[in-house]
Each structure stands twice: as C-alpha cells, then as structure tokens.
Write a protein that binds this ligand. Structure first.
Ligand code: CS2
Ligand code: MG
Length: 415
C-alpha cells in the first residue's frame, strides 16, 4: 500500500490544464488538478519537484501527506504552493474513494442534497445580446445567471463575450462563453473606468429585473475593480434589484478591512475569494462576518482537506460556499468542487461554464446538468472523471497569460 508513481501532464485542449496522476503499487489511479491560469508551467514544475517525496508513502494517510507538504514547504501558502498541494490532496481522495468503491462525497459525510444549484455566465455587448444570452440559459433550465454588460466607449469589458457568435470548435457554439484563453506571448491590455461602470450597471440590473421578474437568481462579478467606498456606494445603489451576490466588489485580498466599509452601508450579499487560497486569508473575513459566500476553488485552496476545514469554520458564522468554477479550472478540479459541494451543510451555489468539446475529449466526465442543477453519478467511485493521456498529448501547451488592465490615463489597475 504505497504511492508508486506521480506523473504531471500539461495539455491545452482549448486552454492549458495541469494534471497530476498518482498511481499506487496495486495500480489504483487518482487525479488532481494544479491549473493556475497563466502560470501553468510553474505549478507543473512545483509538482515535478515534490513528486519524488511522495513515492513510497502510504496513500491512505492524506492528512499527514498534506501536513508534510504544507509545513515541509517552509515557504508557506501562496497560489503556486497551495494549488500544487491541492492536486496531490485531490488525487489521494480520488484513490481512497475508488478503493472504497464509493463516490468521493460519501467519504466526506455523504450526500447532503439531491443536486447542486449552479449559475451560468450571461453577458451582452448590448441589450438584445444580453437578453438572448439570458434566454439561452433559461431555456436550458438554469435558475441562476451571472450578468455582465459591456461598458459604453470601452473597447472590451471583463466578463463580456466579444462576439455573440463566437465558436469554441467542432461547430458547437458557446456564444457567451466570455473567457476563451487569449493565447499570446504577452498579456492583452484592457481599459477600465469605474465611473462608466458605476452608472451603467445599476440600469442593467433594473432592466433585467423588470424583464425577468423576481424569481431569477441574479449574480454579478465586479472583479476587484472598485475602491472600498465606490464598492459601498455601488452595492447600496443596486439593493433594489436583489442580487444573489455581488462578487469581488473591491480588492479585499489586499486588505480585508475594505469590506467593513462596504458592510456598513449595504445588505447586498458579498462573495469573495477566488484569488485567495488558505485559512489564513479567510480567518478575519469569516470571524468578522465580512462575506456571505466563500469563492475559492478547491483546487487553488489546498484541496478537499483544507477547503473542508474552511467551510466548517464558515458554517458557524452562517457563511456559505460558492466555489470558483470557470473553464480555467479543469474538469478534474471542477469535480473536486462538486464532490465537496455535495457533502457540506453550508453549500450555497456552484459556478459552471461550458468546456470546449476538445476538453471533454481529454477529460471524460460523469456529471449531468438538469433543470439548473448538477447531478453526480452515485455509482461512479472517486471523483467521477477519467483522463485520456493519448488525447491530451494532441494538445501541447500554448502560452496564454491573463490580461492586464489600465485606467483611461494609462495607470495600471487590477484586472
Ligand atoms: C472569474 C474568473 O469566474 C469568475 O468569477 O472571476 O473567470 C477569473 O477571471 C479567472 O478564473 C481568472 O483565471
Ligand atoms: Mg470572479
């Protein structure tokens, strides 16, 4: 009973993914995801450097291996370390559940719900394309949509599909999948203007509410772009439109106290966390009830072992989950989100986006989406995802750094 092999793969079936495959001496295989958007080769190298440490260790001792990698790193936390530890952790949980012959959530306490409420990404360069995008998701049964809208006079806006007819390949359209990897050697530059944003978006939410009524669960991502006071004013202004959440209203990862300013002025629910990755980052946010939803991905936050602890702490403060699940998290990482989502009592909602057909040729998933809920296959042991190494080899790594942002006068700003 020991780890025999730990192999690292980088593949790019539409965007870059880092896969860790651990094999035990009796041939059981577990998968982990160490994808860190724009920094894939860095986590791949980290994993290669710790792979020899794993050989010969008892694969059952997940907590001990976690502590070994975390405390043993000495240079603690940070996105690269935490994403890499996460890949090992998730692969070991996959193995443990396969050995037990049960879906992973069974080992985490069992199913706490029938299915997972998910939200999709709607966006528009104008109202017809926004409504078309929302209608498309409602037709598919979604109950919750994130709404992003192009800013007038700004060439491209975060979260807004550049073209309503963009195709992802194989003739299948993913019209409003806004964030295809932008493959280039150097980052694409975008422009940001808070004044335009703060005057445009409240009208968008008002129009969407008037058109679709009160039942639609409406989300929005501000992507860390307002100052604390701007965020407070904005969140207060949009209260009448009753958002499910406002995400990353201000860069609270810089200073959690920013959120106190926001909280003092508004009851709009706040979601934070896709760029933070440890309990240390969450301590104050949770203890002072500065957030309503934990937004990290399991794969960026030390895996199932660490994320489950954060969610247990959050439970006692009435804070729920809303794990990060865009297409730059691989289907292996998304499966880790889903498995934990199923088990925890304080599940809130789960983000989903459409993977390219090539991605789904490389990763064979077993999840179904019906009526706005994701369902896991109770008969599939482990994570519920298989990795096709031969198919993956068809798609070599291509550089795709994240974009950067500047203000109208050229000053650098958070993207
Ligand atoms: C976004 C992400 O899904 C989200 O909420 O903020 O798309 C984010 O921009 C990317 O994951 C960056 O890698
Ligand atoms: Mg986000």
């Amino acid at each position: 009973m020991a780890i025999a092999k730990a192999e690292v793969f980088v593949t790019s079936p539409g965007r870059n993914f880092v896969v860790l495959r651990i094999t035990t001496d009796d041939g059981i295989v577990g998968l982990g995801d160490a994808t860190l958007n724009g920094k894939e080769l860095v986590t791949a190298e980290y994993l290669k450097s710790i792979a020899p440490f794993l050989i010969g260790k008892n694969e059952d001792n997940i907590e001990d291996i976690w502590q070994y990698l975390y405390k043993g790193a000495y240079w603690r936390r940070g996105p690269v370390t935490m994403a890499s530890i996460s890949a090992v952790d998730v692969a070991l949980w996959d193995i443990k559940a396969k050995k037990a012959g049960v879906p992973l959530y069974d080992l985490l306490g069992g199913a706490s719900r029938r299915g997972l409420l998910v939200y999709a990404h709607a966006s528009g360069v104008d109202y017809p394309s926004l409504y078309d995008s929302i209608d498309g998701y409602l037709d598919k049964g979604f109950k919750a949509v994130r709404v992003q809208f192009a800013l007038p006079g700004i060439p491209s806006t975060y979260g807004v599909a550049a073209s309503a007819n963009a195709k992802t390949g194989k003739g299948e359209s993913s019209r409003y999948d806004f964030e295809p990897a932008r493959r280039s050697q150097v980052p694409v530059e975008e422009v940001w203007d808070a004044q335009t944003y703060m005057t445009t978006l409240p009208k968008v939410f008002e129009n969407v509410r008037n058109k679709y009524g009160d039942q639609l669960l409406l989300l929005h991502d501000a992507h860390h772009r307002m100052s604390p006071n701007q965020a407070a004013a904005f969140a207060k202004r949009i209260e009448p439109y009753n958002l499910f959440w406002l995400e990353d209203c201000t860069p609270a990862e810089e200073n959690p106290n920013y959120l106190r300013v926001v909280r003092e002025h508004t009851t709009t629910p706040l979601a934070i966390g896709e760029t933070i990755n440890s309990y240390t980052d969450y301590l104050q946010l949770i203890r002072e009830n500065l957030i309503d939803y934990v937004r990290s991905a399991v794969t960026h936050t030390g895996g199932i072992t660490h994320m489950k602890k954060i969610m247990s702490y959050a439970e006692f403060y009435g804070i729920k989950s809303g794990f990060h699940g865009p297409t730059d998290i691989s289907p292996v990482g998304q499966a880790a989100n889903f498995q934990l989502d199923m088990a925890i009592p304080n599940f809130g909602i789960q983000e989903v986006m459409q993977y390219t057909p090539q991605t789904l040729d490389v990763f064979h998933t077993s999840f179904t989406l019906e009526d706005g809920y994701v369902h896991l296959d109770a008969k599939k042991p482990g994570l519920g995802v298989d990795f096709d190494e031969k198919e993956a080899a068809k798609y070599p790594y291509q550089p795709a750094p994240l974009p950067v942002d500047r203000l109208l006068d050229g000053t650098m700003h958070e993207w």
